[in-house]
Design a protein around this ligand. Structure first.
Ligand code: ITT
Ligand code: NA
Length: 184
């Protein structure tokens, strides 16, 4: 079976493939820019995107919206993560966090799957913001995020290591378990 993954981010596609390929699902990336509404939660952004895309895409597809939520910054960048990454980037976040001792943060991933109806799967990973960027793997905020229980950043891990504990890995696991049950 073939499922479209509507995303501009090849890093997300790589991570999704490791979960869905073993089920015999072929993931095909399609870059269809869809409106990301100004909303307070990732779930709202995803539901709106699904509805919008459902009128334009034939066949089953999914999207994923994720964000980094930093406690000391009251959840910033959160739903604005993509914009903040493109503008101030990791250096900008490190600058905002300069001198701040309380560095707790979490990543959240929301997957929305559409097959005539919307299904939502979520995952969270808790961790902290590093004091400097480290590692060349992964993408986005990975060089500045240290998951709880580790001393490495996500960017210092292999895709496999990151997937095993990440927000997206958890959402993908829930999604793949649902697919296993429902695509029989
Ligand atoms: P889409 O086309 O799928 O929307 P995107 O990269 O714009 O791809 P989002 O809108 O979900 O992704 O924005 C999330 C932002 O948070 C983006 O800048 C990502 O780089 C970053 N991000 C998301 N997941 C991440 C992860 O696992 N590790 C590091 N950064 C992540
Ligand atoms: Na997005």
């Amino acid at each position: 079976m073939r499922i479209f993954f509507i995303t501009s981010n090849p890093g997300k596609v790589r991570e999704a493939a490791t979960y869905l390929q073993p089920l015999g699902i072929e993931i095909v990336q399609r870059k269809v820019p869809y409106p990301e509404v100004q909303a307070e939660s990732l779930e709202e952004v995803v539901k709106f995107g699904l509805e919008w895309l459902s009128e334009r895409i034939e066949g089953p597809f999914f999207i994923e919206d994720s964000g980094l939520f930093i406690e000391a910054l009251r959840g910033f960048p959160g739903v604005y993560s993509a914009y903040v990454f493109k503008t101030i980037g990791n250096e900008g976040i490190l600058k905002l966090m300069e001198g701040i001792e309380e560095r707790d943060a979490h990543f959240k991933s929301v997957i929305g799957y559409w097959d005539g109806k919307a299904y939502i799967f979520t995952g969270i990973v808790k961790g902290s913001i590093a004091t400097e960027a480290r590692g060349g793997g992964g993408f986005g905020f990975d060089p500045i995020f240290i998951p709880n229980g580790f001393s490495k950043t996500f960017a210092e891990m292999t895709t496999k290591e990151k997937n095993a504990i990440s927000h997206r890995g958890k959402a993908l696991k829930a999604f793949s378990e649902w697919l296993k049950e429902n695509l029989k």
